[in-house]
Design a protein. Structure first.
Length: 475
């Protein structure tokens, strides 16, 4: 039987504030456990939490960027559950009235088109701590550095129809949050985390099947693979005439399968009630206008600017704006080397190839925008060839040396001495009479072979324009 896949996504996005949601502890990633904590974020009796205005401002930016309705009046609730990473025994969240609702974004589909995914709600809440399990499972510790960090939870509607769409949704959402300046979205540091709910139903039916929640997915690729596995697992259960059991499962990367964490025999009761210690949020039009005006230029706007102002093909513009960091990197390069197409070509080919191979972000490598611009100037002035430029880029990328330094240390300067090149051209002509004859008989490709022989003998350092000119004169 063919089944329709129904996926809903819950995404936690930590906000780029200097301090936590209700206290003045630093909101910064730290590898030292329990370094950024105080009486308030640990929930000591008698403390009085105060809302971080910057967190509200960033949340409003996210709401505008995701086309949401905004609640002018909302409040915080206590979501009660007992777990070691929740020091207070409850989480301060917006349960009854979310700050935003009824949003949407456009994502790519499996067939290359686009579809609209609804966003049911976006609410502010504090993050939990983190359990740290010891080797061998003999003990567990709790790191409360993350406890109290401000985040927004973004809950999609049950509108995602494939694992590919789920990944596309997350990639789009990450890009929007970064462009809006809401979060750095570093999954490796936990500032963007995702849970997925997936169920299947026969095509043509309108009801929902029993859903399974997936956790422990630390990359977009892992989300896609976990959902693919879970869809296949549930389809097998239904094909056997059995029922899918509501469960929470975790993705096991090494085994490439989802494993049972716990059964969901009944709905979780968090016994939520209003948190009387946190003042309610009463927004004004001034608050909304300030957030709207300060919303940075988004990806769609940059695409149009790159096409209209820089004359780039739309494909180039869309690749360059896929992430804000890459787009910022491109624009920084233009300050030093104002040739958009040349910069775009090198970023989209060599630079992205090395970034993807290493799983790095644009500003993580040794190839700064200034260094890439310096490299392009060396090629433009004829000091090195484009082929050698790729070698220089690679060394600069991994070692952080300037392109000039690499060229000098490796002896990669382009050969422009006409007498030296003429000697090599004569030698190639003498050694390849058949190719010479082919060229004289109108086979133009033979010239490329002959030029290639000179480039090969010089390790790619010969000036290709001069080599072509010498062959043209001699043949």
């Amino acid at each position: 039987m063919k089944y329709e896949v129904i996926i809903g996504l819950e995404v936690h996005v930590e906000l780029l504030t200097r301090t936590k949601l209700f206290c003045y502890c630093p909101n910064s990633f730290s590898t030292t456990p329990n370094e950024n904590i105080c009486e308030i974020c640990l929930g000591f009796p008698g403390t009085l939490p105060q809302i971080n205005g910057r967190a509200v401002h960033l949340a409003l930016r996210a709401l505008f960027a995701l086309n949401c309705d905004i609640s002018m009046y909302s409040w915080f609730d206590r979501k009660n559950y007992f777990y070691p990473d929740i020091p207070k025994g409850y989480q301060t969240s917006q349960y009854f009235v979310p700050l935003g609702s009824n949003g949407h974004l456009e994502v790519k589909t499996d067939d290359g088109g686009t579809t609209r995914i609804g966003i049911t709600r976006i609410h502010l809440e504090e993050d939990a701590g983190k359990l740290v399990h010891g080797a061998g499972g003999n003990y567990s510790g709790v790191d409360y550095n993350r406890a109290g960090v401000p985040l927004i939870e973004i809950v999609s509607g049950p509108d995602v129809r494939s694992p590919f769409e789920a990944r596309s949704y997350l990639e789009t959402l990450k890009s929007i949050m970064q462009y809006a300046g809401v979060s750095d979205c570093k999954m490796e540091e936990g500032s963007l985390r995702c849970d997925a709910n997936v169920s299947l139903r026969p095509y043509g039916s309108t009801g929902f099947g029993e859903k399974v929640e997936l956790k422990n997915m630390n990359s977009f690729k892992a989300v896609e693979k976990a959902l693919e596995y879970e869809v296949e697992r549930q389809a097998g259960i239904l094909d056997r005439g059995e029922k899918v059991t509501p469960q929470t499962r975790r993705w096991e990367e090494d085994k490439e399968e989802t494993l049972l964490m716990r059964e969901k025999l009944q709905a979780q009761d968090y016994r939520c009630f209003v948190d009387g210690e946190v003042a309610p949020l009463q927004l004004s039009k001034v608050h909304l206008e300030e957030a709207r005006v300060k919303l940075p230029e988004m990806a769609a706007s940059r695409v149009e600017r790159y096409v209209n102002e820089y004359g780039l093909p739309r494909y180039d513009a869309e690749v360059l704006t896929a992430s804000r960091d890459l787009s910022d990197y491109f624009e920084e390069c233009l300050k030093h080397y104002p040739d958009p197409k040349q910069v775009s070509n090198w970023i989209m080919s060599e630079f992205l190839m090395h970034l993807n191979a290493e799983g790095m972000e644009p500003y993580d490598s040794g190839l700064t925008p200034k260094y890439l611009s310096e490299l392009l100037k060396l090629i433009e002035k004829g000091y090195i060839s484009g082929k050698i430029g790729k070698e220089v880029l690679q060394k600069t990328f991994y070692e952080g040396k300037t392109p000039v330094q690499v060229v000098e240390e490796e002896g990669l300067e382009q050969i422009t001495d006409q007498a030296q090149l003429e000697e090599l051209v004569d030698k190639v002509i003498e050694e390849n009479p058949s190719s010479v004859e082919d060229y004289r008989n109108g086979k133009k490709k033979a010239l490329g072979f002959l030029v290639g022989q000179v480039m090969k003998q010089t390790g790619g350092k010969a000036n290709p324009q001069l080599v072509n000119q010498l062959f043209a004169e001699k043949l």
